[in-house]
Design a protein around this ligand. Structure first.
Ligand code: ZN
Length: 145
């Protein structure tokens, strides 16, 4: 069975798929939209892919519990704005849910530090990344799936 891959943002889902290599050496290309799966509360995303080499289909399941509250709140908010019946109180109550996961926030921060040319801050963060990598038993590497 597929084990759900824990992610912190939708962009991490596509990044993960891009990093995977098919046994034929090809790459998996996402087909269409991601699909939220689960009953009641959304807990997983499904992304269907096809290998660009052998045309094999592969489904990727992602655990989105780190940020699915944000997705839910955004959808509710979009619907309310579309219906033009959102009061300021409603908007404020949903704003509380609109917080991104800390990891996604960290990635945003790093990208903006790059744009600001703050090399000192990036080197400092890189040191923290190296320490974190040393603490993990399995480092990220491309694996054949
Ligand atoms: Zn293939």
């Amino acid at each position: 069975m597929n084990q759900n891959i824990i992610v912190h943002d939708v962009s991490q889902e596509y990044w993960y798929i891009k990093e995977q290599i098919c046994s034929c050496g090809g790459q998996f290309e996402p087909q269409g939209q991601r699909l939220p799966v689960g009953n009641g509360k959304l807990v997983a995303d499904l992304i269907k892919t096809v290998c660009n080499g052998c045309k094999r289909q592969k489904d990727f399941f992602f655990d989105i519990s780190n940020f699915h509250g944000v997705e839910r709140a955004k959808k509710k908010l979009e619907l309310m704005i579309k219906m033009k019946n959102a009061s300021m109180g409603d908007l404020l109550s949903y704003a509380d849910e609109l917080t991104v996961s800390p990891a996604a926030k960290a990635v945003d921060t790093i990208i903006s530090l790059g744009k600001q040319n703050d090399i000192l801050a990036l080197e400092w963060i890189n040191e923290a990344l190296n320490i974190a990598r040393e603490q993990t038993e399995i480092s990220h590497r491309k694996v054949k799936t």
